[in-house]
Design a protein around this ligand. Structure first.
Ligand code: ADP
Ligand code: DP6
Length: 295
């Protein structure tokens, strides 16, 4: 049994350049690993290849998707049953694909005795899901050359999610990313995101939390702008997302350092410093009681 945690990007991965054989993204991303939300995956011997997720035997396309990955990692193998459980909502923009492919890569390494290093596993996991590689590190960088590594800061970064919806999204991240890469503003996103990657690294080294929060918020907006300017245009965000963002901004104006980010779904993640947790929770509970998920 292997466990993989989710990670939330503070500079987003939003585009694929090539697979060589591991994923090279169009731009660098940086993320924070959760220590609460995760996937557990177990492999056992089986008569047929089978994939069970959250107790449900998966359909042909989900099974095909996961075994295409398995076959890239293990060339000659016996038939297996992959049984996985998400302790995070599945496909709701809360990074289940990252925790999933992190856990699966670790379990393949164990089960087939592949003897892979952490960094090798991280790179291999990108063949399943790009963001998964960052779940092998705490504060992770996945750069534009496809390298994955740990970053350092003295900031005690912490995240929580305001859960607007835990339903399965209509457009999977993968398809959304593909559509967004044809957006007219996509080249601008790539340039901007690469600048943000460098600026974020500097802000983290300088332990400048306000800078970290501001870079993250702006990076998030530009990422989502690519979806508004796509053909067909779409958005992961809804009315409630915007209302949560406005409330968080108001709380920030009261002097509490909280910053927002959204991924491929309407849920809003809030970045704060661990030492502020009590006052952050107190302020948020006034508006979002029952919707707060510590990450
Ligand atoms: P999310 O925002 O949750 O990461 P994505 O659309 O990026 O959503 O990925 C969701 C997809 O990841 C699912 O449709 C499924 O194909 C895959 N997935 C989720 N959980 C697991 C798991 N535990 N094991 C294998 N694949 C998983
Ligand atoms: C918006 O890693 O789910 O969450 O590589 O196609 O599986 P695939 O995409 P995925 O995309 C994550 C996109 C994001 C931003 C991020 O986590 O960096």
């Amino acid at each position: 049994m292997a466990r993989g945690y989710i990670n939330i990007a503070i500079v987003k991965y939003w585009g694929k350049k090539e697979f060589n054989p591991y994923l090279i993204p169009t731009q660098g991303s940086i993320s924070l690993k959760s220590n609460r939300l995760y996937t557990e995956t177990n492999i056992s011997k089986s008569d047929v290849d089978k994939f069970i997720l959250n107790g449900v035997v998966q359909n042909e396309s989900e099974t095909k998707k996961i075994f295409e990955f398995v076959d890239k990692v293990v060339k000659e193998r016996e038939k297996i049953c992959i049984e996985s459980k998400n302790y995070v909502p599945t496909a709701a923009g809360l990074a289940s694909s990252a925790s999933a492919y992190c856990a699966l890569t670790k379990e393949l390494n164990e089960y087939f005795k592949l003897n892979l290093s952490i960094n090798e596993m991280a790179k291999i996991s990108t063949m399943g899901s790009g963001s998964a590689c960052r779940s092998f590190y705490n504060l992770a960088a996945f750069d534009k050359y496809g390298e994955v590594y740990e970053l350092n800061t003295d900031l005690n970064l912490a995240m929580l999610a305001i859960v607007v919806s835990d339903k399965k999204k209509e457009i999977p991240s993968r398809d959304a990313m593909k559509i967004a890469q044809n957006s007219v503003i996509y080249p601008m996103w790539v340039k901007r995101a690469n600048d943000d990657f460098e600026k974020m690294k500097k802000a983290l080294i300088e332990n400048d939390f306000v800078k970290v929060g501001n870079i993250m918020e702006k990076n998030t907006i530009i990422m989502h702008n690519t979806t508004f300017r796509s053909n067909p245009l779409f958005s992961f965000l809804n009315e409630e997302t915007y209302s949560v963002i406005k409330t968080i901004k108001r709380i920030r104006m009261r002097g509490i350092n909280v910053f927002t980010t959204m991924d491929a779904g309407p849920n809003v993640k809030v970045l704060y410093l661990k030492e502020d947790e009590e006052k952050v929770l107190e302020a948020l509970k006034e508006y979002f009681e029952g919707k707060i998920l510590l990450c």
